[in-house]
Structure formats: structure tokens, C-alpha cells
Design a protein around this ligand. Structure first.
Ligand code: NAD
Ligand code: LMR
Length: 336
């Protein structure tokens, strides 16, 4: 019996993500919470003939929505409009994430918390620091969802190399993405050096990296003020949640370990990663190993296949990431 609660379930990501979760054989209860419309969305989904029971909760029923949840997914918050950076969302979304995480700690203390709300590089530190303050922080249970970067990195790699010879499906183990989730902090790492050489040889490496780093802007521009990626994000969020659900149910993952933006010091492999990258950063996205749905180890194997170009991109990433992380930490620490 596994309960998943979606906070922000009536939004652009929340609705399709809830639909995908309703299709999951691992979900027995799907609880939808939003400031508006969640009961309506839940009633709609509840007519689908899959086993999960789907219930919606009004604004003042967050405790009930969270009660006993094994996984809490947070896509609540405002999205970007053209001309904005993810950091511009911090003012509004930091408070939303802090309040929702506080409620999750009170009503679902054993839940894994999946943070989608942007800016992830700062909202994850907000979530972790909030939990630390409450004495409720468990490092392996808080994950920033960066899966969309991996989905894009695979799609764009196939595009760059030529989809006739390099199909999108065949790219699933060819590339991962580490670092953070905004602009220069997004670092695609090619796991097959031959593919990197091909991109470099065809002079497509720089444009490929740029497209992965700024793929979010492409969608924001194309939606002309109506928001950012929702459908591709819902799929990415579902893939990530599915890995956790499979791990809870002792099933093998069906894809290579996905990265998550996590707090390094509390997790095995975190100190090794810091040492190998020569950094003190406390938060970083890297592929994670799960046990019973919790992050138990940070994978560092990808470091072995790094090329000089990726090392340079990583240095830029680490320089930028720190400011994002400190902003999140300061936000929580400044509140009494
Ligand atoms: P949206 O505006 O369509 O939906 C957000 C929903 O959150 C709304 O239904 C709103 O009512 C709800 N909400 C706001 N405050 C809430 C609160 N306190 N409690 C419960 N619900 C609340 O936005 P969206 O397109 O779904 O995007 C949501 C967030 O996800 C944005 O911050 C966006 O930047 C981010 N995002 C992240 C990624 C990623 O890769 N991590 C990808 C895409 C979007
Ligand atoms: C994305 O990468 O699509 C999301 O982070 C949304 C955004 O603001 O770009």
C-alpha cells in the first residue's frame, strides 16, 4: 500500500503528473492538494479504471492530504514568463516550499519529498534547512527533481547526432546530467566518450551543451507567457517517482539511475564526490542509488568518463551553484 501526495496538483505539471501516477501499479492512494480545484481534478481522475484511489483536498485540508504519505511531490509554485530567470521565482516559491515541507514533516514524517518547484538549486536548500530547523531532516529523503534535464539531454543528443543513426530510445544510457537545475549549472556528461568525440568532431558539442542548459527557455518563449514546461516535466517527474516507487516495492529500476539534487554531507559517496570535484558544495545533482525509496548512495562512476570540456563546464557550474544554495539557506536562517 503506497500513498503518494501531490502538492500543487491542479497546476500545469500537477494535473498530467497526477494522471501518470494514477496509471502506476505501485500507487494505492493518490492524494491531490492545491489551493484551488484539487477535488475536481481528483474526481475526474477517479473515474479512470486503475486501482489507485484518488482523493482531492481543499486548501484547509493539507493535514489529511499528507497523512501517512510515502511520497510527497511538490510542483506547487509560480512558473516563469519570457524574460525571467528561475531565480526570479525565488521570492514567491521559497515561502511556498518552506510551508509545504513543514506540513509534510508534521503529517508525513517518513515521506520522501520530491521538490519540483523552481529555482530547484535554492528550493531544495530551503526544504532541507526548514527540516533541519524542525529537527526532522533525513538527507536521503529530500530530492530535487532534475530528471527533465536528462530527458532533454537524451533527446537533444539524438537530434545533434542524427536521429536516423542515433535514435532517441538508444540514447537512454548515453548521457546523464549533473550539477544543478538552471543555465550554466546544468552539466550534461556523456557516458560514452566516442559520442563526445563525434559531437566535438562535428563541431556540435558547444551548441548541444547550450541547448541542454537552456532547453527550459525554449519552452518558456514558445508558450508566450502562459508558463513553462509542464507535459515533458510531468513525464520526467513521473519517471523519477517511478524509480522511488519501484525501490519501495523492491522492484529493479527499468532505466539507469537518475540524478537528483541532494544534500551531499549526509549521504554515502557525498564526501568522495566533494573531494573528487575539489569543492565544498553541500548540494549537487548526481545519479543516486536508492534503497527502500531513500537515497543511500551518490554514484561517482560518471566522474571516470569526464572529458576536459565537461570538467570546464563543471567549474563554471560550481561557481554559480554556491550563490543559489546560500540564497536558500539564508532565507530559512533569516526567519526566526
Ligand atoms: P502552475 O502555475 O500551472 O501550477 C502551480 C500550481 O501550484 C497551481 O495550481 C497553484 O494553485 C498551486 N499552488 C501555489 N501555491 C500553492 C500552495 N501554497 N499550496 C498548494 N498549491 C499551491 O505552474 P507549473 O507549470 O505547474 O509549474 C510549477 C513549478 O514547477 C514552477 O515553479 C516551475 O518553475 C517548476 N518547474 C520545475 C521543473 C523542474 O525541472 N524541476 C520543470 C518545470 C517547471
Ligand atoms: C524547465 O527546465 O523547463 C523548468 O525548470 C521550467 C523553467 O522555468 O524553465
Amino acid at each position: 500500500m503506497t500513498k503518494v501526495t501531490v502538492l500543487g496538483a491542479a497546476g500545469g505539471i500537477g494535473q498530467p503528473l497526477s494522471l501518470l501516477l494514477k496509471m502506476s501499479p505501485y500507487v494505492s492512494t493518490l492524494a491531490l492538494y492545491d489551493l484551488r480545484l484539487a477535488p475536481g481534478v481528483a474526481r475526474d481522475l477517479s473515474h479512470i479504471n486503475t486501482n489507485a484511489t484518488c482523493v482531492g483536498f481543499d486548501k484547509d485540508a493539507i493535514g489529511e492530504a499528507l497523512d501517512g504519505a510515502h511520497i510527497v511531490v511538490i510542483p506547487a509554485g509560480v512558473p516563469r514568463k519570457p524574460g525571467m530567470t528561475r531565480d526570479d521565482l525565488f521570492k514567491i516559491n521559497a515561502g511556498i516550499v518552506a510551508n509545504l515541507v513543514r506540513a509534510a514533516a508534521q503529517h508525513a514524517p517518513r515521506a520522501r519529498i520530491l521538490v519540483i518547484s523552481n529555482p530547484v538549486n535554492s528550493t531544495v536548500p530551503v526544504a532541507c534547512e526548514t527540516l533541519k530547523k524542525m529537527g526532522a531532516f533525513q538527507p536521503g529523503k529530500v530530492m530535487g527533481v532534475t530528471t527533465l534535464d536528462v530527458v532533454r539531454a537524451q533527446t537533444f543528443l539524438s537530434d545533434s547526432l542524427g536521429a536516423d543513426s542515433y535514435s532517441r530510445e538508444s540514447m537512454k544510457r548515453a548521457v546523464t546530467v549533473v550539477g544543478g537545475h538552471s543555465g550554466a549549472t546544468i552539466v550534461p556528461v556523456l557516458l560514452d566518450p566516442k559520442l563526445r568525440s563525434k559531437l566535438v568532431g562535428r563541431r556540435r558539442y558547444d551548441s548541444y551543451v547550450h541547448r541542454v542548459q537552456f532547453g527550459g527557455d525554449e519552452v518558456v518563449e514558445a508558450k508566450q507567457g502562459a508558463g513553462s514546461a509542464t507535459l515533458s516535466m510531468a513525464l520526467a517527474g513521473y519517471h523519477f517517482a517511478d524509480q522511488i516507487l519501484r525501490s519501495i516495492h523492491l522492484e529493479k529500476p527499468d532505466v539507469a539511475p537518475l540524478p537528483a539534487f541532494v544534500y551531499l554531507p549526509g549521504i554515502e559517496g557525498g564526501a568522495e564526490l566533494q573531494k573528487k570535484l575539489n569543492t565544498k558544495t553541500e548540494y549537487f545533482a548526481a545519479p543516486v542509488e536508492l534503497r527502500r525509496g531513500d537515497v543511500v548512495r551518490i554514484d561517482t562512476k560518471w566522474l571516470d568518463s569526464l572529458g576536459d570540456l565537461e570538467r570546464k563546464t563543471l567549474q563554471v557550474c560550481l561557481g554559480e551553484l554556491d550563490g543559489n544554495i546560500q540564497k536558500g539557506r539564508r532565507f530559512v536562517q533569516s526567519k526566526l
